[in-house]
Design a protein around this ligand. Sequence first.
Ligand code: GRF
Length: 203
Amino acid sequence: LRIAVLASGRGSNLQALIAARDAGTLPVEFVLVGSDKASAGALELAQAAGIPRLALNPKAYPSRRDFDLDLFARIEATGAELLVLAGYMRILDGEALHPWVGRMINIHPSLLPKYRGLHTHRRALEAGDLEHGASVHYVTAELDGGPVIAQARIGIEAGDHEDLLAQRLLAYEHRLLPAVVRLIAASRLAYAAPDGVALDGER
Ligand code: GRF
């Protein structure tokens, strides 16, 4: 499976995918790692792994849609069959992402549908939740709102704080994301469009 990855930050989830590929347990070819941040650690990881890199500066575009249309056009040109958002922190334009619905997934650090958006660990702690987790879901125009594919669930422990919880969860993210990509690579997952979301060509 040819995959492209978008990441804005350190890229530990990207690294987990690369490690799984290197271990022979994830039959993928990385065709691109893209970022909206030239300084992203993920781009350094990609370079070290010999994966083509792309850094685009949002400020160089007149609008979010222009940026995303260019980004997706470049990804499409790589022949990527699956686009993985692994800590990509930019909201995507709904119109621009539409052709990728069904072949783009995201990892989000909460038990969706709880806590879409930012500060998920803090919000789970503040709510007094006993459980926390991470979700991998298909990306639709609704932020963190597309169909959930799989979740990792962990207990919240006495003495947990935001960073500790985030760090403990991250280890589970690093197993969850490769597991989902493995299912897609094996054609064992199919996108099920929620009501009201049309796939390209169905509009
Ligand atoms: C992860 O917690 C992921 O769930 C969230 O952003 C973080 C990215 O971490 N969307 P990394 O850059 O993969 O280390």
